[in-house]
Ligand binder design. Sequence first.
Ligand SMILES: Cc1cc2nc3c(=O)[nH]c(=O)nc-3n(C[C@H](O)[C@H](O)[C@H](O)COP(=O)(O)OP(=O)(O)OC[C@H]3O[C@@H](n4cnc5c(N)ncnc54)[C@H](O)[C@@H]3O)c2cc1C
Length: 534
Amino acid sequence: MQFDYVVVGAGSAGCAIAARLSEDATPTVALIEAGGRGRNPWLHIPVGYFKTMHNPSVDWCYRTAPEPGLNGRRIEWPRGKVLGGSSALNGLLYVRGQPQDYDHWRQLGNPGWAWDDVLSYFKRSERQERGGNKLHGGDGPLAVSDMRAHRALCDKFIAAAVAAGIPANDDFNGTDQEGVGYYQLTMTNGLRCSSATAFLKPARRRPNLHIVTDAMTRRVILERGRAIGVEIERAGIVETVHAGREVVLAAGAIGSPQILQLSGLGPAELLRSHGIDVACDLPGVGENLQDHLQARAVYEVTEPTLNDEVNSLFGQMRIGIEFILKRTGPMTMGASQVGAFARTRPDCETPDIQFHIQPLSSQNPGHGLDRFSAFTTSVCQLRPESRGHVRITSADPNVHPAICANYLKAEVDRTTTIAGVRVGRRIAEASPLAEIVKDEREPGYAAETDDEILDWIRDRATTIYHPAGTCKMGQDDMAVVDARLRVHGVDGLRVADASIMPTITSGNTNAPAIMIGEKVADMVAQDARARSAA
Ligand SMILES: Cc1cc2nc3c(=O)[nH]c(=O)nc-3n(C[C@H](O)[C@H](O)[C@H](O)COP(=O)(O)OP(=O)(O)OC[C@H]3O[C@@H](n4cnc5c(N)ncnc54)[C@H](O)[C@@H]3O)c2cc1C
């Protein structure tokens, strides 16, 4: 198989890259995906993440190593393994982060990545239901819609947060992220709009785009310091896919560093310990791992919540019928309905915590709802300073790498998460929530001091599924790619997905990953034009 461009990974970023590169009919593009085409109907129903997460037919089902900061617990890390990647089983929340995140990337020495540089790529991808304006795109492929499921409890949360001093905000991607309001979702007509739906569906019949599914990329093939293709395994057969121009890895924050390491591009000592020849000693490959850790407080209330609806057969039938007839209701819910971005300290320039509010509760997300009426206020710190890693444990591509996020290692991560739990409490104690809250089930009122709250966080907190940073962009010794996302020390090879973020964005990471895909496609095309003009 011979193509001009080989894109590895059909996730949030990869679908955008392959679709944009193949808009020009001249180059040939192969998109290689380890997962399948995605025939499971739950992939298209927004609330389907409850069925697809932890399902090995579409989820890589990673787990972290025992996390020292979480009392040695191993945390489940779902990642999409299907066309659309993690955007096919994520919580649909459309959040870009803060302009300061990108200005910071630029300040770290990455020209072209300041907010003013990346905004046009967010807009290019977006089809905003409320219409386009100076901050939003109105005619891009990625549908962004308002909630189609409303619960009185959510309105009460918003009112209580306003009473507690958090301003109302009806657009977290507008002029200011701070505030409380409803999230917007990557959804169209009540159905999920994954990156595959947005970008691949309209492009899949192009004669120059070749989508290869169920094909695990084993390594990048290097010849005299240049990537000339990838080795894939399909149905037990190992094949070579040649790239005449470039290979772009978009296999995500776990897949991309794993493939680089298996290709001899990574920390020399780690590679040698697994018998892999070192093509280029890149100590940063797999390091700098960052994730958002969510602490899920649960409040029992005196009025029915989704727990009651979902735990009754009649409720389930009503929910199903509403979805079939109107494409509205709980089946169209994202992972959260209401969000809040707030500051734990007055001296913070921008919000440092994010809330995900759900009119339901669960001991373990994706594993069934509690049998009492309750809502959840999940809080996460937006800019964690703890750093972890992804490291291969074998030269066999089918063996999962070791993942350690080192949650809560940095003191500011601990203090901010504790402060976030306290902000959540303040909201639950404000009217009109106070009138219906019966009990704080988690962490429970007995947890009063910072140490007691921290003990609960260590015991119960979990990922909110945003791993990033493992092939970071930059110029320092630990950087893996430059500002045009070219792998340092190798020609013809780029990485473009959530792994290139030098620091995690202040919010959910799907829209930023898609923006990265949009931007790299532009850079690849620009560089090709420059080469042919030279
Ligand atoms: C359960 C869950 C809920 C989430 N909720 C939200 C949310 O509500 N909002 C939000 O903004 N973000 C959310 N996220 C995060 C967001 O979806 C991810 O950050 C984003 O999808 C990452 O995009 P990516 O392109 O970096 O990687 P991915 O989308 O994960 O794509 C990587 C692709 O590469 C493929 N791949 C990996 N290794 C190989 C290999 N060796 N060979 C071939 N293919 C390979 C994978 O199968 C996958 O398709 C959630 C994530 C999860 C898992």
